[in-house]
Design a protein around this ligand. Structure first.
Ligand SMILES: Cc1cc2nc3c(=O)[nH]c(=O)nc-3n(C[C@H](O)[C@H](O)[C@H](O)COP(=O)(O)O)c2cc1C
Length: 244
């Protein structure tokens, strides 16, 4: 295991690291090294990068292989600036060269079914919408790891859902297509590197055979901050963490 990998592993658990697997490889190192990047250079992406990321995204598993998702690539600077504002002044959207908006897309399946003269009953089920959202999330995470493996940075933009009507209008979305989140992709600014953020100790989230909340170390407290200009009256949860 390389020094960088050991470092990433330890940072992920901030002193609560579980035993490490004997087998280690570059994919694990990339996963453990993940960090959201919010400082970018405006440098464009190399040709073919978008298509490679989308190929990786499409390689994710898909519920019944229905592929109930789509993605819009937003590269135009003015449009990225508009999305940055909609997301509550998230400047990184305007600076990085690419915003991918992942969509739960039931419209394509509906068009195909109706084109074949079939009534798409299941389109109304909550579970079908969830399948679209799962598919989009799995695809996006594959794209994220692919981008990171190419030395690029990413950050998810869930804040787009705070302005879902405006986002749908800017993207020209038809009925039955819902934005799940955005994903900013770009070259991280080396002057302002992001750090690896720790996660909960494994016994908190990993249950053996049955769910057992007794394994939860105490005490935990939610860490909060003001939500920002788009929701000035609200308090947002940053994470849960141990007291002291
Ligand atoms: C669904 C989702 C939505 C998110 N939305 C935002 C967002 O709008 N803006 C932002 O700066 N980060 C956003 N994030 C990034 C999280 O804040 C980040 O993943 C978390 O703080 C852990 O940090 P890390 O990714 O560096 O490990 C989002 C992450 C996820 C999974």
């Amino acid at each position: 295991m390389s020094h960088a990998a050991v470092n990433a592993f330890d940072k992920r658990y901030a002193g609560h690291a579980p035993p490490r697997a004997n087998a280690w490889n570059p994919v694990l190192e990339a996963q453990f090294s993940h960090r959201s990047v919010r400082s970018y250079l405006p440098t464009p992406l190399a040709e073919g990068t978008l298509e490679t990321l989308i190929g990786a995204a499409q390689s994710a598993a898909s519920s019944s292989n229905l592929q109930l998702w789509s993605v819009v690539a937003v590269r135009d600077a003015e449009r990225r600036a508009a999305f940055a504002e909609l997301a509550g002044h998230q400047e990184h959207i305007a600076i990085a060269p690419l915003l991918l908006v992942f969509l739960a897309d039931l419209s394509r399946a509906e068009r195909i079914a109706r084109g074949k003269g079939v009534e798409p009953e299941a389109i109304e089920y909550t579970d079908t919408f969830l399948a679209g959202a799962f598919d989009a999330a799995l695809a996006a995470q594959n794209a994220t790891l692919a981008a990171e493996s190419l030395g690029l940075g990413t950050v998810y933009i869930g804040a787009l859902r705070n302005k879902v009507t405006e986002v749908a209008k800017l993207l020209g979305l038809p009925p039955r297509v819902s934005p799940v989140f955005g994903l900013v992709v770009g070259h991280p600014d080396p002057e302002r590197p992001a750090s690896i953020k720790p996660r909960l100790p494994q016994p908190v989230i990993l249950h053996q055979e049955i769910y057992n909340a007794d394994a939860e170390p105490e005490p935990f407290r939610p860490m909060t901050r003001p939500c920002g200009p788009s929701r000035p009256d609200r308090t947002c949860l940053i994470s849960t963490g141990r007291l002291n």
